[in-house]
Ligand binder design. Structure first.
Ligand SMILES: *Cc1c(COP(=O)(O)O)cnc(C)c1O
Length: 227
């Protein structure tokens, strides 16, 4: 049986191989281990193997895990859709939010971030494929939201996040990831805090790294299929 440790190391190897293949700087792509629905015993194995960044999609489940581990060396990323009535526990416990798609959510997180905590790191989610089923804003809406976030003292604008389209045509993914990279480069020039392009999952890690991703979000390839 393949262990979580082996699968984690294999995911890291895939990242390093693709950094080389696409002439990216060594270690310029971080691994976010997506542990949603998986038990704390699985996360413990990944921690023992050296993993520090974890992604969670559901507020209560994520907060429970953060409290369980109570380990300031771990970095917790909220990557699920966020409703405005659930922002407070996210502002109080998480280190990052990848799914900012409207001003209201940003404002609430800024207001609810406890004093004494470092600013919450945030990415704006872009719906680059334009699919109805996906959250996120359009490319044209990014500058206004980015500027508003940049003005909020308790949030740090780190960059952009997108979820790749499940397409049988690899060209579709390539084209959309290329567009995301262009938008990311533009944003970096305007905001000194921007350094993160959260793009790529188990199925599209290679095109993501080819097109500038700095953080890939890998779940099933590390922890196994979710049921
Ligand atoms: C679940 C999830 C992932 C991980 O997906 P896998 O296909 O299991 O690698 C990445 N990003 C987001 C936003 C997710 O919800």
């Amino acid at each position: 049986m393949t262990t979580i440790t082996e699968q984690l190391n294999s995911a890291i190897k895939t990242i390093r191989t693709n950094e080389k293949k696409y002439a990216r700087s060594p270690q310029s792509v971080d691994l976010l281990a997506v542990s949603k629905t998986k038990p704390v015993s699985d996360i413990s194995q990944a921690i023992t193997a050296g993993q520090r960044h974890f992604g969670e999609n559901y507020v209560q489940e994520g907060v429970d895990k953060i409290i369980h581990f109570n380990d300031s060396s771990l970095i917790w990323h909220f990557i699920g859709p966020l409703q405005s009535n659930k922002t407070r526990p996210v502002a109080e416990h998480f280190d990052w939010v990848h799914t900012i798609d409207r001003l209201k959510i940003a404002k609430r997180l800024n207001e609810q971030r406890p004093q004494g905590c470092k600013p919450l790191n945030v990415c704006i989610q872009v719906n680059i494929s334009g699919e109805q089923s996906k959250s996120g804003i359009t490319v044209n809406e990014v500058p206004v939201l980015a500027q508003a976030i940049d003005n909020m003292p308790n949030l740090t604008l780190r960059g952009l996040m997108t979820i790749g389209q499940k397409s049988t045509d690899p060209q579709v993914t390539e084209q959309q990831f290329k567009q995301m990279n262009q938008l990311f480069e533009t944003l970096k020039k305007e905001f000194a805090t921007v350094d993160t392009l959260s793009m790529g999952m188990s199925a599209d890690i290679e095109p993501a790294i080819a097109h500038g991703s700095t953080m890939v979000r890998i779940g099933s390839a590390i922890f196994g299929q979710r049921i």
